[in-house]
Design a protein around this ligand. Structure first.
Ligand code: NAD
Length: 455
């Protein structure tokens, strides 16, 4: 099939590459000329395991092209995916300007029946807006009778495992209208996704609004589990319980399960924070409060300071003359994504309190350097206090404490003797509960986890 992807970011690039790998001819459009130039010269603008090889082999097989040519992109694809960003507006609701701009450019030059697929995470009712914009453009061109269909096909991939998730989805949600155009679109989408359904059917067909809602409900549920555990972890610290024991104790109940019950420094990334906010705002527009999710959001915001609080308790609020090693910057392992990363809150607080920081991350240092000027717009001099090490042990030299912010595999089994030899004092603030408090205590390390009764 001929497929166009409007928006070649995390989701668009992965979608495009994976569909090309299944034999489709994919045109990836982006308005960012630097991104397209990078891709056309063999570079990959994001870090995602397995992505580079797949891009290179599909470009070589001439199934995948990258371009900024909007008209050519619209002409190419019988299926037009919209995978542009939906960042939070000033009030937290999803900003649809990129989605509607993409819809407009499709309507401006499309000829013949097209299936327009909303892959971006968008509030209930967006497909109707996309339809209206396209119809508007067609009418302006005197093509008011031109048929097309808008499908909702939210994406559930996880950064860090995006290719694997896309290639082996738990489910494929398709929201279609119950009319001739919708049925034709459904047939096209079933054909496109047929390779994923060979062993068992993963497709869930529903109406468009339910599909749009499903994506928000999924992210809201996952965010709720995290905030729930974080709130309990803070209480565990006070009452002397170990939240890891509690997690195992409740996770063994199949009604609860183990996933997404890890206490830590709060969720970040480009999805949970903005999607929870957007759902809360969208409920507000319908005169309803989502009180559980309001709390999920508030708890998460506070939790991003949990380690800062523990550091201030230990060292006081004035950190001049102190050096902190930070292991992990990305909002989670296997990605370089720094959007809403808890490490940004930590760096901000420590540097403003006068500390020196030496940070390590296997892939996110470049992206961190890009966002630091945004975070320190009011105090640019603080950026000078933040340095970077190329390996984890080098970051520890002369440090008063080590802070762990991302659970990269490389941090899981530290050499404690070496750590003790190079640090000023063996103190660890573990925002990801990577280590056993008992092991740390036995090794003579002052260890502060989250909810682990560890100090
Ligand atoms: P992103 O910011 O990485 O990429 C969006 C891209 O769209 C950018 O490269 C931008 O230049 C481009 N763009 C903007 N307007 C355009 C236009 N009119 N035509 C062509 N390109 C245009 O965003 P992302 O992380 O890939 O997220 C995209 C959507 O998918 C969002 O709605 C997000 O919520 C959703 N989503 C993201 C993830 C994730 O893990 N990142 C997972 C599931 C769903």
């Amino acid at each position: 099939m001929n497929i166009t992807i409007n928006g070649t970011g995390y989701v668009g690039l992965v979608t495009g590459v994976c569909l090309a790998d299944l034999g489709n001819h994919v045109f990836c459009l982006d308005l960012d000329p630097v991104k397209i130039q990078t891709l056309n010269s063999g570079g990959i603008p994001i870090y995602e395991p397995g992505l580079a090889d797949l891009v290179h082999s599909n470009v070589a097989a001439k199934r995948l092209i990258f371009s900024t040519d909007v008209d050519a992109a619209v002409a190419h694809g019988d299926v037009q995916f919209i995978a542009v960003g939906t960042p939070p507006d000033e009030d937290g609701s999803a900003d649809l300007k990129y989605v509607l701009a993409a819809a407009r450019s499709i309507g401006r030059s499309m000829n013949g029946f097209k299936v327009i697929v909303d892959k971006s995470t968008v509030p209930v009712g967006t497909a109707e807006k996309v339809s209206a914009v396209i119809r508007d453009e067609l009418t302006r061109r005197g093509l008011g009778d031109q048929r097309f269909a808008v499908v909702s096909n939210p994406e559930f991939l996880k950064e860090g495992a995006a290719v694997e998730d896309f290639m082996r989805p738990d489910r494929i949600v398709l929201g279609v209208d119950d009319n001739d155009d919708g049925r034709e679109a459904l047939a096209v989408m079933r054909k496109l996704y047929a390779p994923f359904n060979r062993n068992h059917e993963r497709t869930r067909v529903m109406n468009v609004k339910s599909a749009e809602f499903t994506k928000y409900a999924a992210n809201a549920m996952l965010a709720t589990r995290i905030s729930f555990m974080n709130e309990l972890a803070n209480l565990a610290d006070k009452v002397g319980a170990d939240i890891e024991m509690v997690r195992q104790g409740i996770g063994s109940d199949p009604r609860i399960g183990y996933s997404f019950l890890y206490a830590g420094t709060g969720y970040g990334g480009s999805c949970f924070p903005k999607d929870v906010q957007a759902l809360v705002r969208s409920a507000g527009e319908h005169g309803q409060r989502l009180q559980v999710l309001e709390s999920v959001e508030a708890v998460n915001k506070a939790q991003k300071n949990v380690i800062v609080r523990k550091i201030f308790e230990r060292f006081g609020n004035d950190l001049r003359g102190k050096t902190f090693a930070v292991w992990g910057l990305a909002f989670k392992p296997n990605t370089d994504d720094m959007r809403e990363a808890p490490s940004r809150v930590l760096l901000g607080a420590l540097a403003r309190a006068g500390a020196r920081i030496v940070a390590h991350d296997p892939v996110a240092v470049h992206e961190t350097k890009r966002v630091l000027p945004l975070d320190f717009a009011d105090a640019p001099a603080c950026i000078e206090q933040i340095g970077f090490a190329t390996d984890p042990v080098a970051a520890l030299e002369g440090a008063d404490a080590l802070v762990i912010m991302t659970e990269w595999k490389a941090y899981r089994s530290p050499n404690l003797e070496r750590l003790k030899a190079v640090m000023k004092a063996p103190v660890i603030f573990d925002g990801r509960n990577l280590y056993e408090p008992e092991t740390m205590r036995a090794a003579g390390v002052s260890y502060f986890g989250v909810g682990r009764n560890s100090h």
